[in-house]
Design a protein. Structure first.
Length: 452
């Protein structure tokens, strides 16, 4: 299975389309609309936060369409968008000139997203010609400090509005990064403190490699990447492109289930406490043909919907450290490549595909009431002999009392929460304790009474 071939073609196609807007990001003075702090939500019992790639800055969108996409994503319960922004538009002509039209467009998109309760992750990449001797936009800059200075300005301009920055896109592929691992790490190390100086509240992500590429990530760590990012990012597309998300890990990098080795590698280098974000993943909905390559295999629209929700359930159950996941992408394309064009949550006319409706039903369903926990224990003398006829009472989310049985034990099903519990009997000193009853499990609290 040659997953890289599929991902290289997807990356190159994205680069060509992005060129329609001559790169992707610009700088200016901080906006008066800037918020005070970036909003980041860590995974909870409902699973990871859900986001979508949104090619909002591409020229094939009108502002009305951009708003329509955001409205649909917000209504479905999507909390993040990942917007591809490029240094090649930040400073298209020189390090001293910025494209105000692009700043205005990015401001519009970022502010429209935030107005709908959607956080923004921006991927900052693509080298302007002046910074690499006129080479391609995926060729590294001659001086990494040029990128770092731009990183400061974009972070400062969108301070409090862009919640996270991803340093490049898929730097393990030649179609995205025509340089070495060491060159990428040098860029990352130069950029990290500048992003943080521009906006201390924003998270900085390592550029998500295609697949759960533990080989490339190990090389990045060996080159000194540790300490220069806040969040690990990967792009765990399935190598067999129609394989379900639970496909077992066989040691290869192109499975979602290869995520634990990523976490193990992070732990090895002292980053075990950091989150992992899937900043791209997804399935393309289209018919297959005789001899279709593994990486071009499509799924039905219903399978696409099912696999998305099953991925969320898989992550929730097995990878609690994966706190954010971003579907690729927001709508179908028109590149002529059937695989690349059909990842969308929306059709080209912005009507919903089954995947978006199914996601909305999953994300917006009322949360089930918390399962009761059980408070249990014994009431004894100092010698350990049970005491009968003791009243155990509790106050908290609910209040009540129960008599222990003759063997001195008690047990009560209670809604989860913190309670004040008292064990009392006439002629004996009352004993009080504060306990937290966990959801769906048993808490044991034993009491020892002495005579008054």
């Amino acid at each position: 299975m040659i997953v890289v071939a599929r991902l290289v073609r997807r990356t190159v196609a994205g680069t060509v389309a992005a060129a329609l807007v001559a790169g992707l990001l610009v700088l200016a003075a901080p906006s008066a609309l800037a918020a005070t702090a970036s909003s980041l939500t860590v995974s909870t019992s409902i699973g990871p936060q859900v986001g979508s790639q949104f090619h909002a800055l591409w020229s094939d969108y009108t502002n009305a369409q951009r708003v329509a996409v955001l409205d649909r994503l917000a209504a479905a319960g999507v909390k993040w968008v990942r917007i591809d922004m490029g240094w090649s538009s930040v400073q298209e002509v020189s390090r001293d000139q910025y494209s105000q039209w692009y700043i205005d467009l990015a401001d519009f998109v970022v502010d429209a997203a935030r107005a709908r309760g959607i956080n923004v992750l921006a991927t900052f990449w693509r080298t302007p010609a002046w910074a690499n001797g006129g080479q391609s936009v995926v060729t590294p800059p001659s001086n990494v400090n040029d990128y770092a200075q731009a990183a400061y300005w974009v972070a400062n301009h969108w301070r409090g509005r862009v919640a996270a920055w991803e340093v490049w896109n898929e730097p393990n592929l030649d179609g995205s990064w025509n340089g070495t691992v060491s060159q990428y790490v040098n860029l990352l190390r130069a950029a990290y403190p500048m992003f943080k100086a521009g906006d201390p509240g924003a998270k900085v992500l390592i550029g998500g490699p295609s697949s759960n590429d533990t080989n490339w990530l190990a090389a990045a760590y060996q080159a000194g990447a540790q300490g220069s990012f806040d969040v690990m990012a990967t792009h765990p597309y399935q190598g067999m492109a129609d394989a379900p998300p639970e496909t077992p890990d066989d040691g290869n990098i192109w499975w979602i289930t290869h995520t634990p080795p990523v976490k193990s590698l992070m732990t090895q280098y002292g980053d075990g406490a950091k989150e992992i974000w899937f900043t791209e993943f997804g399935w393309s909905s289209h018919d297959n043909w005789s001899g279709v390559p593994n990486w071009d295999r499509g799924v039905t629209e219903q399978q696409q919907a099912d696999y998305f929700v099953r991925t969320l359930q898989l992550v929730k159950a097995n990878y609690p450290y994966v706190t954010n996941v971003f579907w690729y992408k927001e709508r179908n394309g028109v590149s002529g490549d059937v695989q690349l064009d059909n990842y969308g949550l929306l059709k080209r006319d912005l009507t919903a595909k089954p995947v978006l409706d199914t996601l909305a039903a999953y994300l917006t369903a009322p949360a089930p009431p918390p399962a009761n926990g059980t408070l249990t224990g014994t009431v004894t003398r100092r010698s350990g002999t049970p005491i009968s006829g003791v009243t155990v009472g509790w106050t908290g989310p609910v209040s009540g009392s129960t008599l222990t049985a003759s063997n001195g034990t008690y047990s009560k099903s209670l809604p989860p929460g913190t309670y004040t519990v008292k064990a009392r009997k006439s002629g004996w000193r009352t004993v009080t304790a504060t306990v937290s009853v966990p959801e769906g499990t048993t808490l044991t609290k034993n009491f020892v009474l002495v005579r008054s």
